[in-house]
Design a binder for this molecule. Structure first.
Ligand SMILES: [Zn+2]
Length: 246
């Protein structure tokens, strides 16, 4: 399984960056997890967007889905020219309703709702979902294939079931939008680098990759706060590909 970090910022990107987007590839199958602003552009450094097989949206905040509203124009042209015959499968939580209803466009997308505690078979990937704690309904994802298990937190506050959902993952891709000070100040909706690292250590994950970097917060502070609990922590880098192998 190849994980390419297409975009790793939130809730907005710095110059030249992109918000959340993660490309998973195995056996020629291309699964995009989240599609925030800037992802459509950066994705094309890696694959042709017309070769996506499915898109999974963790939740419907614009920094995780807004480029779905742009990709449709390219897909309409591909359908009209006969270059594409099938609609692109999109899985997303059905709320907020007004956001979910904006996703379908002509015949280019086949949009299906997903919720917590569901299982999906997508090509070589077996996907399980869990509820997260965030401002809108969302899911964390546990993606298994012959080559390993990747767990993605989506956007979430720390919650009790996080360790069991991430248990023994080969790679735990966890948001870390906050730092210690944000937790001291009782900010809601996101997890801190230290909280993610503590959860990763007690879940026994083989590799921890922190993401959803805040463009105005010093990434080295986040790294240092996480290293106290998970010394081998890595910070997601846009354009990098991470290999999971058996
Ligand atoms: Zn969010």
């Amino acid at each position: 399984m190849h994980l390419t970090v297409v975009g790793c910022y939130g809730p907005y990107p710095p110059a030249g960056g992109a918000c959340s987007g993660y490309l998973l590839r195995e056996e020629g199958y291309n699964l995009l997890i989240d599609c925030g602003n800037g992802v459509l552009s950066s994705l094309q450094n890696h694959i042709d967007f017309r070769e996506l097989n499915a898109v999974l949206l963790s939740h419907l905040h614009p920094d995780h889905y807004s480029d779905i509203l742009i990709m449709r124009y390219g897909l309409v042209m591909a359908r009209n020219s006969g270059r594409l015959s099938e609609p692109l499968k999109i899985y997303a939580p059905p709320e907020p309703e007004e956001d979910f209803e904006r996703l379908p466009y002509k015949d280019v997308y086949a949009v299906q709702p997903i919720g917590p505690d569901q299982a999906l078979e997508l090509g070589p990937f077996n996907v399980e979902t869990a509820a997260v704690v965030h401002a809108v309904p969302g899911v964390a994802l546990r993606v298994k294939s012959a080559s390993g298990t990747l767990v993605y937190s989506g956007d979430t506050e720390y919650f009790d079931g996080l360790e069991s959902f991430a248990r023994e993952a080969d790679l735990f891709l966890c948001e870390a939008n906050y730092q210690d000070l944000d937790i001291t100040n009782n900010l809601a909706n996101h997890i801190s680098a230290a909280q993610a690292a503590r959860a990763a250590a007690s879940a026994g994950v083989k590799r921890l990759l922190l993401t959803h970097h805040h463009p105005d917060r010093d990434r080295e502070v986040s790294r240092a706060e996480a290293e106290k609990y998970y010394p081998a922590v890595e910070m997601a880098v846009e354009g990098e590909t991470y290999l999971l192998s058996p």
